[in-house]
Write a new protein. Sequence first.
Length: 244
Amino acid sequence: MSSHTSSSFTASSELDSTPIPRNQQSLRSMGDHTWLNAISTAFSNSGIPLHRRRRDALERQLHQAREALAQSREALDQAERASNDREQAAEAATAEAEQLREALAQAERAAGERKQAATAEAEQLRKELNNTRSRMVESQRESSDRLRAAAALADTRVQRASIQQQNTERHQAAVAESRATVAQLQRACALHKQDAEEREGRLRQELAEAQEAVRVAQAEAAQLRAEVDNLRREGSFRSSNSTL
């Protein structure tokens, strides 16, 4: 409404500021009688009454003012639509950034849970590895003790056999039995050691897999953080453009 009033005021101002023709200025400087005669002569010569020409000029100016008002309204509507589009785009970008922030938080929580689980599993594997090593050392110690005991027993039996020559056959059997026992203990120790080494290798492999899972989870979390940062920058850029 203010635009229409302004346009009408402009049209009236333009009409009021329309320059008076030079012949009319000269007519106003004349006397009343001479001026009336000159006006009548001008009307007779032009064939168009003065009030009609002023009305036509006013109608043209009014038509131009209406066209300018319509153009101004159209430009205002376009500006409002563009502003609404920018606001909707900014709201969509903000909502998308919020969704990505929530996804990042969930991913970080999941990564933290996986990291805790992997850490607990790795700690359990370390404990099992240490226990296996302790058992292997203890088994080796026990095997060594058994070997020493068997060797001492064999020596005792040899000494007894040498002292008791009458029991030579029994002595030889005891020596053979002791040697068989020593060989059996050596084989058992070797098998136990091999089994412990294989178990240690498996535990090491499981520990490496757990560490790789933790690394992958951390890499995924870092990638999600980078994507959210990019979207935040894009949202800020769009918001600044919409403000401009």
